[in-house]
Structures are given as structure tokens and as C-alpha cells.
Design a protein. Sequence first.
Length: 397
Amino acid sequence: MKTLDTLDLAEKRVFMRVDFNVPLDKQRRVTDDLRIQAVLPSIRKVVDAGGRLILASHLGRPKGKVAEDFSLKPVGEYLSRILGKPVQMAPDCIGAAVEALVSKLQGGEILLLENLRFHAEEEKNDDAFSRQLAALADVYVNDAFAVSHRAHASVHGITRHVPLCAAGYQLENEIKYFHQAMEAPQRPLTMIIGGAKVSSKIGVLENLLSKADHLIIGGAMANTFLKVQGKNVGKSLVEDDHMETATNLLERAKQKGVKVYLPVDAVVAPKLESGTAIKEVDIDNVPSSDLILDVGPKTIEIFKSVLKNSKTIVWNGPLGAFETPPFHKGTFSVAEFLGSLDALTVIGGGDSAAAVRQAGAADKVSYVSTGGGAFLELLEGKTLPGIAALEECSQRS
């Protein structure tokens, strides 16, 4: 696909789909700007090249209705501050008023459109709506990996009606690092898969069995695997309706020669709450009245010994209830360890990205993805609609 560096952007109307779906506090202030920071290189490239930049994003789930709580105005103000230049705010994302603002844009100026999801047609991938968005653009740039698994108008439909398409730097990086890690990895390739439920990652686990050399399983989803091995996991979260799935996955891993590592000890407590009494116990000695809420110190050392000898590591999903101290230690310890390794280390989005940032290791690993669901779908081996549409448009133009 075409990239920003291959285009002449001077005076062009550059419609850039970004992901400014960032958290805001009660005062409507940005509390985490990771996704904004991720697209700054693309924004600066267009501005410095003299392009007329039109930024488009969604925020939250307004369900096709205008709602002040979901306005992008605070994001525009924040972006203006960190760029040190004005960011105009449009009253909508389509219509005569928006078209007038776009027509007045000068080279190097920025216009932020209002929330795309104020229109139900966005999520419906409505063709007429897609055409209205495309009418604003000479060039379409997708720099919103986190929504590229959605066939929405601003991600998918618009590409059918613009003369030129390209990937932004952030999207380019997401594809590059994923390819290096999963399609052409240096081996051994170790996958760390955590999180709450096996059911949400069946497709991921099945796909990884044909790619990984080692598979580390943690988080609450490990409880289901432990239970099928006859372990007592107390009152921990278990998906009893996926016991057969877990059994089959373990058997297939054995057949394919993929070594699976499960917790050998755990941090347990009677409830998920800071300040509650905790115990470190071997996995064979989990009290029936307790919950497994983190991996234990022996497990951490085993995981580290595997990771130390790996050339490529991909991590998606925390190893414990890291949001509630003291159940963060397993996740944070592994995050810090990854930052010390001479290996390609790619962190999946969502909770994994948040945990690595909180552990202070985000700038020490190779790459932290901005996409949760999109990253998961790539791990499942799926083609993302937004990327497929971008490739098709690039080839056509």
C-alpha cells in the first residue's frame, strides 16, 4: 500500500482517519494521550508538507445521536496545545458548513471534524455517507489501526470514493511489527496470552499453535486450563463450558510440539480488593474459599527463563488482576523483564498496553500496539477490513 512518504501532499486536502477515542475525566480533560501521541508524526508530516489536514475520529458510543459528552472539542483543544498551533473545530463531519471550512483551509492548517458517530451511517458503512466524507478529500490516510477491524464508513466505505489512499506512519508501524513478529519471526517465538476468558481468545490460541514455539498462559483464563488438569482453583473464574476447548487446545499443542506453560503457583485472596489478606500458594494447594488473582513468584521465574531464551515475544492480556494492587506484581514483573531483553518484543493493545505503560516499560519494549480488538483479530489470522480496503484503493490509484 502507499505510504505518506510516497505522496506529494502540498496544498492537498488530506482526510486522515485517526483514533482519538481517548479517556476524559469529569472535567472533560484528556487523561491518557497514547493514541494522540501515536499519530503526531503523521500529523506533522502533512502539516510540514503544506497539506490541508482534515482529521476525523469517533469518541465513545453516542449511538448515532449528537451528545455534548461525546464531542471531540476537548481533544481538539488538547491537540492544539501539544502541537503549539491552532486546530479548528468543525460543527459536524459532513454538510455545507464543514465543506465551507475545508474550502478555506490553507496549506499547513488543521481542521478536526466532529464525532463521526454522531451519524448512525458511520457504523453502518453507509455508501452515501462515505461519499460525503470522500468529497472533502484529495487524499485519504488511514492512521487508525485500532478501528481498522471495523467496516465503518470512515475506515472502509470512503476508500471506494477517493482518488488516492495511503497508510499513516502509525498504521505502517503496526503492520511492520506484526509482520516481523508473526509472519517472519526470529525463533524461538514465545506468545504470552492472558486476560479473563478462554472464550474470547479461542481463535487466537488456535492460530498461534501453528506459529509459536512456546505458549505462556496466564490471567484468569489459565484457571480453565488448570481445572482440566485436575487442579482445584477454588472460587476463581472458570469457564466450565469451555473445558473441552481447553483440553483440545492442550492436546493440539502437544501434537504440534508447542510447549505450553501454565502457572505453578499463585497469589490468592478471599476477594478482589486492595488491602485484603493474600497468600502465595502452590497451584496444588489453592484454598477452596479463595480466588486466584495473580501468578506467583515461582511461575514468574519459570516464565522469565522461557522469555530469556526467546528471540521474538508477543504479549496480549495481563497475567493477573493488575488494576488492583497487590495483584499487579506478576504482570509488572514480566513487563519490566521484557524491557531488558535483546529480543523483538511486541505488546498487544488494550489492557496489555496499559499494564506495560503503568510498569514503566513502554519505552523499553520494541513496540506497543494501539489496537485492542484489531490486534486480537490479527492474532487470529483475520484480514482487517480497513487494511484490505486501503490496499485495494492504493492499488487502484
